[in-house]
Design a protein around this ligand. Structure first.
Ligand code: CA
Length: 237
């Protein structure tokens, strides 16, 4: 049994049905979504691949591909009737791993899926230890340290910090952050909640001289590693 978990985002019922049946027959676990909204709700950390139609009733798949898929590092294959080069290039630029234009042969799609899954397994695992300046986050036991002292974070604050650390030295827009964060009940957080989360996280990760989480005016936030601020490793033995 392969049991890799694939999310199909496709609004055309007949294509969705055909794909779902074909994937189930190939021993994949399958979830489906017919809109971007449903797709966002179906996102979870145990997804191995997303098949993404670009023309959906509530918008284009491009932004979903950018803000959600690449941020969550889930491989994406674009399914599209738009066989124009510009759309394909745009999709690949936004982090998609491959594309298939409609109408497609199922056998071709299945072999592309297998290839993308194989590649994604070969890519190195993200590190368990993330750090920036005086912040250290250990993903194996979800502990966080600031200037050597343990810090207690809420689940939301932890996810926010982890995401900033994974993308350190890169500006994250508020939209990217909103697409990546959900609360304890599994609901996406809203803009106000994000502002509060940033504020609380900052209050826990600030010293007199340092404010690691920078505001990029009008865009979002950034955690920046500066060479002179590298964490000093104390040898206490
Ligand atoms: Ca469509």
């Amino acid at each position: 049994m392969k049991q890799e978990h694939i999310l199909i985002v496709e609004d055309e019922p007949s294509i969705l049905y055909t794909l779902k049946e074909a994937l189930l027959l190939s021993d994949y676990q399958v979830s489906t979504a017919q809109t971007l909204e449903e797709a966002k709700k179906s996102l979870s950390s145990n997804l191995d691949l997303i098949l993404l139609d670009l023309n959906l009733p509530d918008g284009q798949g491009f932004s979903f591909c950018e803000t959600v898929c690449s941020a969550n590092r889930i491989p994406v294959i674009i399914l599209t009737a738009l066989d124009e080069d510009t759309d394909i290039i745009r999709g690949l630029d936004l982090g998609a791993d491959d594309y298939v234009t409609k109408p497609f042969k199922l056998a071709v799609l299945l072999s592309r899926i297998a290839a993308v899954l194989r590649r994604s397994k070969q890519s190195p695992k993200e590190s368990d230890l993330l750090s920036c300046q005086d912040i250290l986050l250990n993903r194996t036991d979800t502990s966080v340290f600031f200037q050597g002292s343990p810090v207690t974070l809420t689940v939301g604050e932890y996810r926010l910090l982890e995401y900033l650390l994974i993308n350190k030295n890169r500006t994250l827009t508020r939209d990217m952050l909103l697409a990546h964060l959900w609360d304890a009940e599994g609901k996406y957080v809203n803009d106000n909640t994000l502002t509060v989360m940033i504020k609380r996280l900052r209050s826990k990760l600030t010293s007199d001289s340092k404010q690691p989480i920078q505001t990029v005016r009008g865009i979002g936030y950034k955690l920046e590693d500066k060479l002179e601020d590298k964490l000093e490793i104390k040898n206490e033995d």
